[in-house]
Design a protein. Sequence first.
Lengths: 411, 229
Amino acid sequence: MEKKKQRSVGRYIAGYAFVSIRQKPFQSGILGLFAALMAFTLFTGTLLGSGMRSGIGRMKERLGADLMIVPEGQRAKTEKLLLTGNPEFSYLSSDLEGVAREVKGVSRTTSQFYFSSVSADCCSTRVQLIAFDPKTDFAILPWINREEIKKTKNGQVLIGADVIAQKNHAIKFYGQEHPVAGKLSPTATGLDQSVFMTRKTMNQILKDAKNKGFKFLSPKDEGKVSAILIKAEEGADLQKIETTIAKRATKMGEAVDIVQTQKVIGTVASQFSVFDKGLRIWEIAIVILSAVVLLLVFSFSFRERKKEFAILRIVGITTQRIRALTRVQGLMISLAGTLAGLVSGGVIVFAFWTWISDSFQVPMITPSILKVLQVTLSAAFFTVVLGLIAADIATRALGNAETYFTLREGE
Amino acid sequence: MLIKAKNLVKSYKSEGVSHRIVDQVNFSMKHGEFIIVKGVSGSGKTTLLNLLAGILTPTDGEVYFEGSDITKMNDRQLSQMRNQRVSYIPQNDTLLKTLTLWDNLHLPFFLGKGGEITGDQLDEKLTELLKEFGLWDRRNAYPSELSGGEMRRALIIRAMALDPELILADEPTASLDPDTTLSVMEKFRTVSNRGIAVLLVSHQPQTYSYGDRLYEMKDGKLRPAKEHR
């Protein structure tokens, strides 16, 4: 019987709170709107910030190299490569790698070769093809499972996160099938649409392309590389290394551009840092504004209901129960606002994810479902709790004035 | 003794001067009694009722309800007393405008302690009372749709719903026409006949004859009135 009454009481309280909300549509609307704004800001701000942060983190990891030697005139394109991962196809002598390795302050060197497949019957899909040297590579290894590389045999390939093919299946380039040895974790750059292989496999693909009539590579470019990546020793003077390599390359008759990767990353990172700071300030401002508005509107609304609360006291309702009523009302409004804020935030942030990433020139890692769930719950929890606290403070602010006076004030 | 006031004082300060609204009131009431307190406006009648209902704290003195000093009760105890044992009908319309009459009448049960009565028993009781007080057809009306007389009768029903031992009513017939006034007073008589004590304050002479005893409040002091019936 007691349980039955408790259920009825629960229904009555919920119904009462709902009626109170409906009674003041404008005030309830304002409260809901600011709860929604807060949930929206917290949700989108956290997701965007986190996506950008992990994107930049992944980019730093991925680069590994301190300097990149590229053919002359490719500087701008290389910077684009660093950000978007879309390689350009021009080549320089592979001998330069040996020369660079000898320069004082250079710790490691490795080379990469860029090529692409075509949208034709001969190929499964048009993707970037990147050959690297597993023995010397330090740029791709941090984000590739080493075991997968070790297991990769000639003819096999590793595919980027967005390339549509399954592990142990095959992908076709220029009429030849290449078994997929593994799939890489996402980088949020063009590298996710790239296919990776050893130089030996790449040479075979180049031969297959030639046999199919695609003459991408002029005979003078055979045996060349697209970029030489350099890892400097700890504390080495990068500018000095750059100057020395440039001099030696000129002596060799190679016209090159040398890009300091950290400068490029540094620009993006500082752009992001400004954006991130702005985002945080915006989030804090919205939270404070929403909290103040919630508190003010709840206070105003409850002040208008002084007579109602006095009537409740007269019929024997405890102040504790009245607080429970206002909390339920605060909860209902906050929940409705939170739901609206999260749904609209979700729709907007995911619909414009790529656009935002492109606009800020920052690779953004799409968050996992777990991360989205975590952010959703945190934003919802924060908004609802703040709504409840605002409702509670507003109720307490009515004070402990005697019921008789409250009734008269409310008249 | 159901309720007893001992040396009850309520004073307010206005412009630095203390005014005694209720001045050394000694008063007691038995179970089932119907007492009417008359007095002109500003004599302290309403303040006295508020002190007895525990919605106003006295400056001095005590109020005992069935032997317990209500001035020493905490919020929970006072609320429980008002919810189940002492019903107070204020002078103004105190039905919640957002709820229908039926929901208003359920308010003390659902939001208060509600006593031993079950929801079904309450529904049955309210149905009976609404029919008896001629408001059954108005149960789904909102307070703004009720007439003055209907409102007063509704407040009496709300006061009776949880079987209190005492009903305190402040000017329940004020601003009602003579016929409605008499009808409302008849209802209080019915309440009293059921064993519920009624303390009613009024300044309308036509109501005085309904009580078992008549008191007069003058300048904050309460005395038995000479005029009765």
